[in-house]
Design a protein around this ligand. Structure first.
Ligand code: PLP
Length: 391
């Protein structure tokens, strides 16, 4: 069976060029970057080259990039250190954040008594920026605002510049989980008043276990892993040289092809949307997902007009890998927090969310297979519904 992968927001297949670059490092550049001999220094140079490459992409200084093991670690480090070292007493966030932000914020509340304020999204997943200003104005507490750039379940984008400016005007620190948008969009952080951001290589055809945190130089943030002086003491531990080189190679490929890749995915997303509308009566899309200018082109969040908790399994049996929500909430019978925020209870009991997420490798033929599988399931539900009505 030819399998079809439509879960690219969970992770992407690693590219062959990335693997080659990493294997070279594993075989040849195995020196410890902290060693002063040539083996060590060669490995160190590889790391610094990637750091400079990332800094060029984001228009920041190389010293503002700290390599980590993943997006989760970057977000943990930023939020925890803001509380532990920068005296943050209040965090403003939303219920639509990824678990690694949401749980860390809750942890800061439980352990350190940090006040947490949630901005309520509307039924489209939009946040009220006027409300953000009001909340910021309402207290003198030292505040961190943490709001993700692109939502991993519905693809909704926020305007980083606008939100950053509001935070800056009210002297609050601003962190954005940019894991889904890094390397998929042009991000010029010299133009955006943002203090912290995060990245994970496996979201753009790089390796798992490799990411970085952007930490604005003047912020004074400290690391949470203590030990050696690696990453200017912000992240102790011998560096994952092959992982960092893999991240660099994946970023290079993404940036070189960004125009072509994004155009391709936008077309595929539009095609998927139109095919679904044509073939599945009553289908809807969640949040801003179906609006090209307000959502990330990699994600289409679908709301199927029937309740089928086994849809993921049924599609998997047909060789189609797809998520019902984010990877972290898939497998759970409970609806995701994002869906609970967006949908009315009645809607939740009669529909099924499905997240179709694309890469530059996704083809229209694969989408046709998905649509035909979904049409079959929809037809079964429609027959069952008619039988019940005629009983
Ligand atoms: N933030 C967002 C928005 C994500 O989608 C993910 C991964 O699903 C993460 C953070 C966590 O990244 P990682 O898998 O590198 O820990």
């Amino acid at each position: 069976m030819n399998r079809i992968y439509l879960d690219n927001a969970a992770t992407t297949p690693i590219s062959a060029e990335v693997i080659d670059a990493m294997v070279d490092v594993l075989k040849i550049n195995y020196g410890n970057p902290s060693s002063t001999h040539s083996f060590g220094q060669e490995a160190k140079i590889l790391i610094e080259n990637v750091r400079r490459q990332i800094a060029d992409y984001l228009h920041v200084s190389p010293a503002e990039i700290t390599f980590t093991s993943c997006g989760t670690e970057s977000n943990n480090m930023i939020i925890k250190s803001c509380v532990n070292h920068l005296g943050i007493q209040r965090i403003i966030t939303s219920p639509m954040e990824h678990k690694c932000v949401a749980e860390t914020v809750m942890d800061m509340k439980k352990r350190h008594g940090v006040e947490v304020v949630y901005l309520r999204p509307d039924h489209n997943g939009d946040l009220d920026w006027q409300k953000l200003e009001e909340v910021l104005q309402s207290s003198d507490k030292k505040t961190l605002v943490t709001l993700m750039h692109a939502n991993n379940e519905i693809g909704n984008l926020i305007d980083l510049k606008k939100v950053g400016q509001i935070c800056h005007d009210h002297k609050a620190l601003f962190h954005s989980d940019t894991v889904q948008s890094m390397a998929h969009m042009n991000l010029d952080l010299s133009e955006i008043p943002i203090d912290f951001a995060s990245c994970s290589a496996h979201k753009f055809h790089g390796p798992k276990g490799s990411g970085f945190a952007f930490i604005r130089k003047a912020s004074g943030l400290k690391g949470i892993i203590t030990g050696g002086p690696q990453e200017r003491t912000l992240r102790a531990g011998t560096e994952n040289v092959a992982g960092i080189v893999g991240l660099g190679k994946a970023l290079e490929i993404s940036l070189k092809n960004m125009e072509a890749y994004s155009k391709h995915m936008q077309e595929i997303k539009e095609y998927t949307k139109n095919q679904l509308l044509e073939k599945i009566e009553g289908v809807k899309f969640n949040g801003r997902s179906a609006e090209a200018d307000q959502s990330l082109y990699t994600v289409l969040s679908v709301l199927l007009p029937f309740k089928d908790p086994l849809i993921g399994l049924k599609l998997d049996m047909k060789g189609i890998a797809i998520s019902q929500g984010s990877a972290c909430s898939s497998g759970a019978t409970k609806p995701s927090m994002v869906m609970m925020v967006l949908l009315e209870e009645e809607e939740m009991n009669t529909t099924t969310p499905l997240r179709v997420s694309f890469s530059h490798l996704t083809t229209k033929e694969e989408i046709d297979v998905l649509i035909s599988a979904l049409s079959e399931v929809a037809a079964q539900f429609s027959i069952e519904k008619t039988n019940i009505e005629h009983r």
